[in-house]
Design a binder for this molecule. Structure first.
Ligand SMILES: O=P(O)(O)OC[C@H]1O[C@H](OP(=O)(O)OP(=O)(O)O)[C@H](O)[C@@H]1O
Ligand SMILES: NC(=O)CC[C@H](N)C(=O)O
Ligand SMILES: [Mg+2]
Length: 504
């Protein structure tokens, strides 16, 4: 379905609470703060004295729970919830999470943010061995692995399963007596633990969801960790030591809300620093800086501050258009951008403007913006992008999984500039991104995943390897192999850099 979609798309939000009399409603509030991460469907499973009740459907959270009774029915003092944006499997209601499994020895609920790189392969094997699936996303596979493990407790079975699935995953599970969170060995997706004033523990994809329910951050879940929350409090265990931080840099650039902190780095501040760095790397003589609402407003503030130019409101976004939306044709997509953004003639007329956006995917938005600003009388339009060019697909949970959709995979910066019709175009460097996010983790790229910019994937690509290799040029293959050779940098993983294997 991604071919039908415009722009960038979110990648699921998780929220869970243990120890609150109104757990389902708290989960609703938490998910509401995470709605930007997924708008295709939502669900909540509550825990009433060990019995799990669930409700899930297609649509925004407020549509799924359009009647208070739907929340009222989800009784109990613990709950987990999910907002979905599909990365694998269809958009059908069968794939809306949390999944609720009824076993002879108790109920288990499961929710997932991320994308597995060996989900298809595992599913084929499990089906061949008699497994029967109710959904076709990559999420259900974890439960099959858990049930097939010969270990005796759910936690030990889960550890087995977590060592078998590869790729990007933050999981939330709930059974009668506990709620469990788990993060992949690279920590592609964020997951944080908070505590409410009544002592209830909360797990959420972003810290903005902790704030909304008045929870204080206790700690972030680290790569390879498993957290178990029950009536006695919480315990942390590791299911693997082979970990290495490679946090999705698009979380900082575009996905996460500006009021969230990821591993202690505030998202708005990181974006602002990226904008300032962009002003140093790609200055241009102009009268004003304009941000493209919403996600680039922070970067625009940084660019303006650093360049000493006024930060003006030259573009206005219609707040009644969803952040992302589906349009079947390019013509409709362009019409969509027109509905979403308008130029402010009184501000830009006769002016030389620098437009800051956080990213270019297909180029639809940038092209339309340049056109709008010219129609509104701008004398010059210079585009500056607060991230490096998106050249490669992401297989860990962002919907940029096809090279054919990425304009920078096929065109040079100069060609993109001509395509969007700007007077000039420049992007932030990878070093600029790494330094301004400033995670400074002891890992390649300071602990960020930058694979969609340079092809340096931190894991093997499994199910996607063939498709990826077929989509890149011979020259690129050689370059990526070189990466792999000196990139004993990705030292920690059991499934080390796949090209390293290939180049042996
Ligand atoms: O090159 P394109 O294919 O047009 O996609 C790029 C645009 O998509 C995203 O914005 P989006 O419209 O999703 O929402 P936002 O308001 O959160 O920035 C991103 O911020 C870019 O502006
Ligand atoms: N965006 C996500 O994190 C999606 C989770 C899962 N891969 C799905 O497709 O439903
Ligand atoms: Mg945008």
């Amino acid at each position: 379905m991604s071919a039908e979609l415009e722009g960038l798309h979110e990648e699921c939000g998780l929220f869970g609470v243990w120890g609150h009399p109104d757990a389902a409603r708290i989960t609703y509030f938490g998910l509401h703060a995470l709605q930007h991460r997924g708008q295709e469907g939502a669900g909540i499973v509550s825990n009433e004295n060990g019995h799990l009740h669930g409700h899930r459907d297609l649509g925004l959270l407020a549509q799924v729970f359009n009647d208070d009774k739907k929340i009222d029915r989800l009784k109990g003092n613990a709950a987990i919830g999910h907002v979905r944006y599909a990365t694998s499997g269809s958009g059908s209601v069968d794939n809306i999470q949390p999944f609720l499994f009824r076993f002879f020895d108790g109920d288990v609920a499961l929710a997932h943010n991320g994308n597995l790189t060996n989900g298809r392969q595992l599913r084929r094997e499990l089906e061949a061995d008699g497994g029967i699936y109710h959904s076709n996303s990559d999420t259900e596979v974890l439960m099959h692995l858990i049930r097939r493990s010969d270990k005796l407790t759910l936690i030990e079975q889960l550890k087995d399963a977590l060592n078998t699935v590869h790729g990007g995953f933050a999981y939330l599970l709930m059974k009668n007596d506990c709620m469990i969170g788990a993060l992949d060995p690279n920590g592609f997706r964020p997951l944080s633990l908070g505590q409410m004033t009544n002592g209830a523990y909360v797990l959420a994809s972003e810290t903005c969801a902790l704030d909304i329910v008045g929870a204080k951050l206790v700690r972030n879940i680290e790569p390879g960790e498993l957290i178990i929350v029950n009536d006695d409090g919480y315990t942390i265990e590791k299911y693997t030591d082979k970990t290495q931080k490679a946090i999705c840099s698009m979380e900082f650039i575009y996905f996460a809300r500006p009021d969230s902190d990821i591993y202690g780095v505030n998202v708005h501040s990181a974006r602002k620093r990226a904008g300032a760095r962009l002003a140093q790397e790609a200055p241009v003589d102009a009268d004003m800086v304009i941000g493209v609402p919403n996600s680039s407003l922070s970067a625009a503030a940084g660019y303006a501050e650093e360049s000493g130019l006024p930060n003006e409101m030259g573009l206005v976004k219609n707040q009644y258009v969803a952040r992302t939306f589906i349009q079947p044709t390019q013509e409709l997509r362009e019409q969509g951008v027109r509905m979403k953004l308008s130029a402010v003639r009184g501000v830009v007329e006769g002016k030389r403007v620098i437009v800051i956006d956080d990213s270019i995917v297909r180029g639809t938005t940038s092209r339309r913006i340049v056109q709008l600003l010219r129609e509104a009388g701008a004398a010059e339009v210079h585009m500056r992008i607060a991230s490096p060019p998106l050249r490669y697909p992401c297989y860990y949970g962002i919907d940029i999984s096809r090279t054919s959709e990425l304009i920078a995979a096929h065109k040079s910066v100069q060609e993109i500039c001509e395509f969007i019709g700007a007077d000039s175009l420049a992007y932030l460097s990878i070093d600029g991104l790494v330094e301004t996010v400033g995670l400074n983790a002891d890992a390649p790229y300071g602990g960020l995943c930058v694979a969609y910019f340079n092809g340096d994937y931190p894991t093997s690509l499994g199910d996607y390897e063939e498709e990826f290799l077929a989509s890149i040029t011979e020259e690129d293959k050689k370059r990526l192999t070189e990466f792999a050779r000196d990139s004993s940098q990705y030292y920690g993983n059991e499934y080390t850099h796949y090209l390293m294997e290939k180049s042996k």
